[in-house]
Write a protein that binds this ligand. Sequence first.
Ligand SMILES: *Cc1c(COP(=O)(O)O)cnc(C)c1O
Length: 407
Amino acid sequence: MSDVMPVTRALFDEVMVPNYNPAAIIPVRGEGSRVWDQDNREYIDFAGGIAVSCLGHCHPAMVNALTEQANKLWHLSNVLTNEPALRLAKKLTDATFAERVYFANSGAEANEAALKLARRYALEVHGEEKQEIIAFHKGFHGRTFFTVTVGGQAAYSDGFGPKPGGVQHVEFNNLESLAAVMSDKTCAVMIEPLQGEGGVVPGTKEFLKGVRELCDKHNAVLIFDEVQSGFGRTGTLYAYEQTGITPDILTTAKALGGGFPIGAMLTTAEIAAHLKPGTHGSTYGGNPLACAVSEAVMDVVNTKEVLAGVKDREQWFRDALQKINDKYDVFEEVRGQGLLLGAALNEKYKGKAREFLVAGAEAGVMVLVAGMDVIRFTPSLVIPETDIAQGMARFEEAVAKVVAANS
Ligand SMILES: *Cc1c(COP(=O)(O)O)cnc(C)c1O
């Protein structure tokens, strides 16, 4: 164990690039939906490492898969294939519309692959005029230069020099604004069926259906970014299953590894055929450790019990938030799907989401924000009812504190 160097939060500022500003506490241990810091203080985890820890911390299925694989084989590179990667790809294609899988190590990388594939497909099938990518204001697709440019917050992509071209943004949930810019030059539309970072905003069924129709009309590839909404988060393995439409490419990461870094792009055989040998790649993508863990996570998540359990838990969260709101009047609405929920603050508390997050941590519960006006909940998909009740009691304390401080 680490009987080595004493570590404090102050060390972060001495040795780390300052692109993050982490909280004062340093967690050292987790079990289920609870985490303990260096002082052995306990927190209930409603954040799940930003929608990643879908089975909580140190779930036995993940620990077993990881340790078993750790004693067999860690890494090969894509010069060779490996058993866990092929098993996971088979399970993903069996469970979705997709027929082919590309493995990456993160959501951004899965999206980077999706965008490059869409461009290559359009170029080879329709010619070089067809290269426009359309995405949505407030959308989020990762932090590589291409994906952050396709994301709908210019603040994230400004200040790094010339951006990749051929990218346009339109209003989410507004079909006219999309129809107005689409043409036969449109190569792809990239969309989150449920915007996460942008404030937990579900795409309406009519809107998503309209997006699909416009893509069909203009021969454009429809890319669903399900990095946050996917892998059981909304109560089905992927959120597209509840929309009545099917994308051409789907990207998945976050919960896919349950905490081990992995991402994947799923697509049809016809589209996939355009990423021929040598056109794209990754040293680690499809790494045996990552795929072994992900396969074990999928075996648990993609079951009737767990997926139905997400809907039960959604209701428990909504009921608890409603009760808190009846008492303190802080939320305008609670929105989202499954266990990707956002409590949007009302006029009086707009801009103050962070205050609730900080007060929550002080009360022993970890929550997230999505922008400045929304408190976001993305807990484990198997969080026990008692942890929800106790975490919500702590969250109520936090709300009371923020209300008192603002009155
Ligand atoms: C988190 C997220 C990403 C980026 O994933 P990384 O693993 O951080 O690269 C992309 N798209 C969506 C919708 C996300 O929520």
